[in-house]
Design a protein around this ligand. Structure first.
Ligand SMILES: NCCCC(=O)N[C@@H](Cc1c[nH]cn1)C(=O)O
Ligand SMILES: [Zn+2]
Ligand SMILES: [Zn+2]
Length: 491
């Protein structure tokens, strides 16, 4: 049913009445500088993980803090990783078990980066709650917790068993997580029926979405080394092969002005486009103008909605991210850097093979470099390699979420893919073989990772209702599934 039941209405009313308390908790969470990128803030990440575990325990859950060991920093030092939370609430064999994944670490944020408000002080302006982590991912994690809290406050039986897997290193590449999923596959995940991730955004500012796919990513570091030290360009400029010049030539050889990747073979395994798939893009509500406004750029490479969506979701793209070792301060420094490292990545799509891609790129870079007859040394490495993820939208989990969305937002969800990479989705699906779904609550203009990250009060509160409605829909679905399988066995 698309209209809410008496039970849902009671829960929704509770959520509406307690919204300021939910926002207060989000304020307390945003105040913790749980930046997982900067080593000096690692203790804050650990504190945030512990705070989250306490909150889960207050709901009646058991929350285990799994030690993940330490990792090596680029300067050679070792740093302890924050623990991972594995929590459980309810173990009724008659109920389905839903596992929620989220993260409580955040991207770095400094007021000087151009924030209009203090990034660690949640500030409400015109119905938007600005602050680092508001949408990525503290708001959505709290929305799950708020939903459970609402059932408890109303003394309602939870319709599903819940498990939570919450980490503190997502923004730094989910270090140590894959090993835990593998290790816990036969234990923690054994009775899980559904896995839900709420760590992405809607496709536009108003229409809710369900996400069934993400692109993967192959990240490359291209190092060009000349001599042992930087040189004066007045003394050596004109008589040596400069590492930066080699690197710029390499980077410039990767993609043409229309965005097409120039590495031979890259498009060979990309799924061919069927008429049926084409229709999916035509049916989606997506306003290229709104997307352009969210981005702040003047023009996209493509004009139509369909072309834009396909180039974000089902075609690979190559982006150049930066150059380590380059002089980047204001003013002029007439230096020739001795060693520079270019960073670029290729978003992977079905059915590209990451190992094949790796070889194609390395071979191509070596070929381009050898034609330059440079005396410098080239080294290519692949620090991150993540496969794309696509799920079956006909899975019952998607039906349940679609119904919950209709109840809360009064409209059917847009079924979308995401051009970014959530490696955990593919990992969960591949290792556990469970149904995996991404259910975002943030709008397209939430500005994850940017200087104006926010979640709207509306989305945070309706998102809380959405998760409560999802628990009920999954329980209903499970009842139906169980009835169907009982009918099968008795026939
Ligand atoms: N909307 C969710 C975005 C999550 C995100 O930003 N993921 C990163 C992960 C990544 C991929 N390669 C290196 N890190 C992303 O850039 O897609
Ligand atoms: Zn995130
Ligand atoms: Zn993020």
């Amino acid at each position: 049913s698309s209209s809410s039941s008496g039970l849902e209405n009671r829960i929704f009313q509770y959520i509406d009445l307690h919204q300021n308390e939910f926002i207060q908790t989000l304020k307390e969470w945003v105040a913790v500088e749980s930046d997982s990128i900067q080593p000096q803030l690692r203790q804050e990440v650990t504190r945030m993980v512990e705070l989250t575990a306490d909150r889960l325990r207050a709901l009646g859950a058991t929350a285990e803090l799994v030690k993940l060991g330490s990792h090596k920093l680029t300067d050679g030092h070792s740093l302890l990783l924050p623990p991972l939370i594995l929590a459980e609430l309810g173990k009724d064999p008659q109920k389905p078990t839903v596992c929620f994944y989220g993260h409580v670490d955040v991207q770095p944020a400094k007021k000087e980066d151009g924030w209009k408000t203090d990034p660690y002080k949640l500030t409400e302006i015109d119905g938007n709650l600005y602050g680092r982590g508001a949408t990525d991912n503290k708001g959505p994690v709290l929305a799950w917790i708020n939903a459970v809290e609402s059932f408890r406050a109303l003394k309602l039986d939870m319709p599903v068993n819940l498990k939570f897997i919450i980490e503190g290193m997502e923004e730094a590449g989910s270090l140590g997580l894959e090993e835990v999923i593998k290790k816990e596959n036969q234990r923690f995940f054994s009775d899980v029926d559904y896995i839900v991730i709420s760590d992405n955004l809607w496709l536009n500012n108003r229409k809710p979405a369900l996400t069934y796919g993400t692109r993967g990513n192959l990240c490359f570091s291209v190092e060009v080394q000349g001599g042992q030290r930087d040189l004066h360009s007045g003394t050596f400029g004109g008589i040596i092969h400069e590492p930066m010049t080699d690197l710029i030539a390499l980077l410039d050889s990767l993609v043409d002005t229309s965005g097409r990747i120039l590495i031979p073979g890259v498009y060979d395994d990309v799924d061919s486009l069927t008429e049926e798939e084409k229709k999916l893009y035509e049916a989606i509500t997506f306003d290229p103008e709104e997307h352009k406004n969210n981005s702040g750029v003047k023009k996209f490479l493509y004009d139509t909605k369909e072309e834009i969506l396909m180039h974000l979701w089902r075609y690979p793209s190559l982006s150049i991210h930066g150059i380590e070792g380059a002089f980047h301060e204001p003013g002029i420094k007439t230096v020739i850097p001795a060693r520079v490292i270019g960073k670029f990545s290729i978003r992977q799509v079905p059915h590209m093979n990451v190992s094949v891609g790796e070889r194609q790129v390395i071979q191509y870079l070596e070929d381009v470099f050898s034609k330059r007859n440079s005396s410098n040394e080239l080294k290519v490495s692949v620090p991150i390699s993540a496969m794309p993820w696509v799920a079956d939208i006909n899975d019952p989990l998607y039906t349940a979420a679609g119904r919950a969305i209709k109840t809360v937002f009064g409209q059917d969800p847009e079924k979308i893919r995401d051009g970014a990479t959530i490696p955990i989705a593919q990992m969960f699906q591949n290792i556990t073989r469970k149904s995996v779904m991404m259910l975002p609550i943030g709008a397209a203009d939430d500005g994850e990772h940017s200087q104006k990250e926010k979640i709207s009060r509306h989305n945070y509160i309706q998102g809380t209702k959405l998760f409560a409605a999802l628990f009920l829909e999954i329980a209903k679905l499970h009842g139906q599934l169980q009835e169907a399988s009982n009918t099968k066995t008795t026939n």
